[in-house]
Every structure is written in C-alpha cells, then in structure tokens.
Design a protein around this ligand. Structure first.
Ligand SMILES: [Zn+2]
Length: 445
C-alpha cells in the first residue's frame, strides 16, 4: 500500500533525526510552555482582581500571538476582563433567552411536590445500593493506604443509584410515539395546538404523528411536557424531558443540582459533590456519571456554549465539556464574551438577592474555586498540545502530528455495547442532529 510506504519513510526519517531533535524539542517545549503558563497566570490574576473593573478601558488587549503551534484558543481563552451590558438587539435576545432558561431549576423548588415525587422512587433499594457502593469505595481507599479518600461519598452514590434506576427501569426514550391503536410505528406530520388539558399540564408544544399502517391511519399526539412533576407520570421523552425529570429527582433526594443547557441542542444535569467539593456531570439519557468529555471526544460533537443554572447561581461551564478547544469548540458568536459575563453576573445576583451576606460570600467563594477548576482544564489542554509537538515537526516546520489522547479514552469508557444504536436511535450521533424542531423554539428538546 502506498500509504504504509509513506508512513514507513516518515518513521525512518524521524528516527534519523531523533537524537539531534530531542534536545531541541525539549528546549522548545520548555520555552513554549513557560510562555503560555505565564500568559495564562497573569491573565487569571488580572481577572481575579477585576471586580470592580480595573482602570484599563483604554488599553486594548494585545492580539493573540500567531505562532503556528499550539492552536489558538480563541474565545475560551481570551476571557475579557470587564463585563458589559448587552446593547444590540441580538445580545438582548440572547440575554432574555438565558434568563428564561435559568428559571428551570426554580420550578423544582416545591417541597410538597418534591416529597410527593419521592413516592415513585424505590428509595430503600436506592439507599441500600448507595450504602453498599460507598462502603466498597471506602474499603478500596483504605486498602490503598492511610490518607486516601474514597472516590465518591455516600450522597454521590445515592445519585449514582438513582441514575441507574432512572435509566434502566423508569424513563423511556421516545422519538416517535407508537400508534396506541395498533402499536405500529408512526410518522411525524407536524405540530398541533395543545388541548386545554395538555396545556394545563405544561405542554406548550404538541407533535403530531400518523400511524404508518394505512388501514389504521390513526393520529398520535406527543405533548412535550415541560413540568418535571408531570413527567413523573408520563415517564417518557427526549433529552429535554429526561434531564428535567431526573434533575428534579436529584433535588428530591437532597442534592444541589444544576440544569445544563447546551447551545447545540442538548441538556443534562450537574450535581454538587460535597465529598469532592465540585460539580459533577450527570447525563441521565446516557447513564453517564462524571464523563464531561462524552459529547466532544465521545460523540465527536462540536460545542459553543454550555451554561449551568441552579437555584442559587449560573455559570458558563463550557470549559468543563470542551477539553480540546482547537478540535471541539464552535465559534461563540451569540453575544460578545464581555456581555455573557454580564448576563451571568446578572442572573447570579438575581438568584442571590434575598440571601444573607454569609451565604452570598460562600457562593462567591465557590464560584471562584470553580473558575480556577475550569481554568485548570484549559491549562492542561495547552500543556497537552505542547507535549504533542514532535521533534520532527519542529525541524520540518509542520504542524503537530496527532497522538492518541489518553484522556479521550476515558470519555469513551462506560459506553455499553449497543450504545451506538442508542445514540443513532436518538439522532444524537455527532453533528447534524435531526430532531424535528420548530425554528421559534429556543429550548432544547
Ligand atoms: Zn395504528
């Protein structure tokens, strides 16, 4: 094969120059990584001290360096220092949309309904499983020596057990509802106006399907319920319904929870791990726990925005989900970055307006810690890119040859066999999601 000859030639050429290049590479790596780290550190120091805004309005930021390697991190890295209120109509629309999305977790804050919700959950089974798993994790940690902490705490294990139950025995994925007269598959024929009782239960949209069997021809309605408590009864939907209902149940069992909206038409959950002191990615549709790289490295999707909303805050968590921005980042052009910062500040302030000083202070500390965590992902991604540059590439002035990313493998772990079919069935396979969707509906399905 021509291709393998070429590869062989390339490999032997690389070996010849290996010794000579090795030293150069090392030096180059050091220079480059020191430079990048310095740049990042100085930026992060600036931005940490940036409220109130530093007096540098007149000094434009220097343009990003245009070295060929590593690739630029555009919007994800060049975080502007000063939040700016939205000015143009487009920015105002985006702001209004985020404000409206941010209401989702508020709708779960109903103690009576949350208690009621727990009646459909096999609590004893879930608590037993959690107890058992947390004991195993504890024992594992102890066997590794003193000072080792269990991977997850008890409450994390409660959510893990809830997740298994939810996906395996409770909720059903429905693209096209089957015909309720003859159980045959149906074909989408558009949207219908919600009936009064559908509307009363929170369905603003109803999809209409027709039985594929000609003699039957029955119509099937698929109301898209937006109310997590109604979903406890309907127990079906696409990712919107899954994330809504599952997140509410996480709340019901006492976890702090976030609803994460993604601009590429997906939603999922984050729960706060008190044990790990950080937010953990949870995707009920995928039974995925702490696999934030699933969408990019796992599915090959490109993402622009991932915004997390909770009852007491809002956070742009995109950097948690895109660890390799040069490969998986979509252009963030919905709003200038400075405006997005402003909108996030605004939503946070609104959520916290009635809180005590101490609570606000605690949450601000948490936000800062999370920002540091998210910045850390960018730094390690840059470090990883730098370490991928081979001597050969430097000598020949080529761009980096890609090597397998060990962490990318992690993103794929835990995908059961058959999960490819699952993804295909859901129409979530990478780009080009083909869900029927009305252009006016900004909300994910
Ligand atoms: Zn039928």
């Amino acid at each position: 094969m021509e291709h393998s000859h070429a590869a062989q030639r390339e490999a032997s050429a690389a070996m010849d120059t290996d010794k000579l290049a090795q030293e150069m590479t090392e030096r180059f790596r050091q220079v480059l990584s020191t430079k990048r780290m310095n740049e990042l550190t100085s930026r992060s120091v600036q931005s940490r001290s940036s409220s109130p805004a530093p007096r540098d309005f007149g000094t434009p930021q220097p343009p990003p360096a245009h070295n060929a390697l590593p690739p630029s991190y555009s919007s994800l890295r060049n975080i502007p220092l000063v939040p700016q209120p939205p000015q143009d109509a487009r920015s105002v629309r985006f702001k209004n949309m985020l404000h409206s999305l941010s209401n989702m977790p508020i709708r779960w804050e109903n103690p009576g309904l949350l208690d009621e919700a727990l009646r459909v959950v096999p609590l004893e089974q879930i608590y037993n499983e959690a107890e058992e798993e947390s004991q195993i994790l504890q024992a594992e940690a102890e066997s590794l020596g003193t000072g080792k902490k269990a991977a997850w705490g008890y409450q994390d294990c409660v959510i893990r057990a809830l997740l298994r139950w939810f996906k395996r025995s409770f909720f059903t994925w429905v693209n096209n509802p089957p015909c309720s007269r003859c159980y045959s598959p149906t074909i989408g024929v558009g949207m219908a106006a919600p009936l009064p009782d559908e509307q009363a239960r929170g369905a603003n949209q109803v999809e209409l399907y027709k039985c594929s069997v000609e003699q039957c021809g029955a119509y099937e309605r698929y109301p898209r319920y937006n109310d997590a408590f109604v979903l406890l009864q309907t127990r079906r939907g696409r990712c919107g319904e899954w994330a809504n209902c599952f997140s509410m149940l996480c709340r019901a069992v006492g976890s702090r929870v976030r609803w994460v909206w993604n601009s590429e038409d997906h939603v999922w959950t984050e729960v706060y791990s008190v044990h790990r002191k950080r937010w953990v990615h949870v995707d009920a549709c995928e039974e995925a726990w702490d696999k934030p790289r699933l969408y990019t490295e796992g599915w090959g999707k490109k993402l622009a925005y991932c915004i997390a909303f909770s009852v007491d805050g809002a956070m742009d968590v995109t950097r948690r989900y895109i660890r390799n921005p040069s490969k998986y980042s979509l252009e963030r052009n919905r709003v200038p970055e400075a405006v997005l910062l402003h909108i996030m500040d605004e939503i946070r302030a609104m959520r916290r307006s009635n809180m005590s000083k101490q609570d606000k202070f605690r949450l601000e500390g948490e936000d800062m810690r999370e920002n540091r965590e998210l910045r850390g992902y960018v730094i390690s991604s840059i470090a990883h890119d730098v370490s991928k540059i081979s001597a050969d590439d430097i000598l020949n002035g080529r761009s980096s040859r890609s090597r397998p990313d060990p962490d990318a493998q992690k993103a794929l772990e835990g995908r059961t066999s058959g999960s490819n079919e699952w993804i295909r069935a859901r129409g979530e396979g990478g780009r080009g999601t083909s869900n029927q969707r009305s252009p006016h509906d900004q909300h994910p399905r």
